[in-house]
Design a protein around this ligand. Structure first.
Ligand code: NAP
Length: 264
């Protein structure tokens, strides 16, 4: 369904993290946000940064690419200066997208729940959950006019095949979003999550047994579900970034073809 060009996010400045490939949910969000009039910056970290710089050229407008490892305090501290480099001194942000997760696929995912070692679990929780607080905290000084923080989860209210410790990390992310909604509300910063169905991204393909999980959607999603299409998820994220939800915070919006509401 076509929306008016340049309407939903006109004039908004949005940082989208976690863009590695054009399959990344973050890429779909950056594309739709640009189509809706936003000025977008994207980020990634480490070795994949060069890949992100190439992929950025596939967006409608090539955005600035920032280096941001959410576990690196120096990167977080430098974020306002990096944003200012591209948007000008004292630049503000209206929206921040947390599209980041990592859990060691060899030790934590694919049926290894009972053996997952703490060091790897700690890393998964830091990168996938604590980082929402770290990122929001780093961006807060730039969100002087209020704004919207949106993250991505995979329904953490139940146990899934293969998802194992990443499910625990997502439960921590969902709780972190609620506490952030409480503490950033007075600054008029909303914090919400989109709970997406399975999408064939690099992160998903790294999960041993992911096919078993995604095949559940073939029969149980009443609206059907296209595992290669990030746009429905991107649209929901952009709606939450927009002014359409001014009184919504601490919420989880499901974009899963209706799967979560079905008992079988
Ligand atoms: P993706 O393309 O692999 O994106 C995950 C991103 O996280 C990558 O860009 C990755 O960078 C980045 N990342 C990992 N560690 C980081 C760190 N320390 N600092 C900064 N960035 C880091 O996969 P995706 O599926 O789009 O994932 C995006 C979000 O959607 C995740 O939160 C994921 O759990 C969530 N989600 C995914 C699905 C699904 O089925 N795909 C469903 C529901 C929710 P590198 O590539 O360099 O490692």
């Amino acid at each position: 369904m076509a929306l008016d060009k340049s309407s939903l996010l006109d004039g908004k400045r949005i940082l989208v993290t976690g863009v590695t490939h054009d399959t990344s949910i973050g890429f779909g969000i950056a594309r739709f946000a640009q189509e809706q009039g936003a000025t977008v910056l994207i980020s990634n970290f480490g070795r994949a940064l060069r890949l992100t710089e190439r992929i950025a050229k596939r967006l409608p407008e090539t955005p600035p690419v920032l280096e941001l490892d959410v576990t690196d305090e120096s990167h977080l501290a430098a974020l306002p200066a990096k944003v200012a480099e591209h948007l000008g001194e004292g630049a503000t942000l209206d929206g921040v997208v947390h599209s980041i997760a990592y859990g060691n696929p060899e030790t934590l995912l694919g049926g290894k729940f009972l053996d997952g070692p703490w060091d790897d679990v700690a890393q998964a929780v830091q990168v996938s959950a604590y980082s929402l607080k770290a990122l929001a905290g780093a961006c807060r000084p730039m969100m002087t006019g209020g704004g919207s923080v949106v993250g991505l989860t995979f329904d953490a209210t139940v146990a899934w095949p293969a998802y194992d410790w990443m499910g625990v990390a997502k439960a921590a992310l969902e709780s972190t979003a609620r506490y952030l909604a409480r503490d950033l509300g007075p600054d008029r910063i909303r914090v919400n999550l989109v709970s997406a169905g399975p999408l064939r991204t690099l992160a998903a393909k790294a999960i041993p047994g992911f096919e078993e999980l995604e095949s559940l959607w073939d029969t149980r999603a009443p609206l059907g579900w296209d595992q290669t299409d990030t746009e429905p998820t991107a649209r929901a994220v952009c709606a939450l970034l927009s002014d359409l939800f001014p009184a919504t915070s601490g919420e989880i919006v499901h974009v899963d073809g209706g799967f979560h509401a079905m008992g079988a």
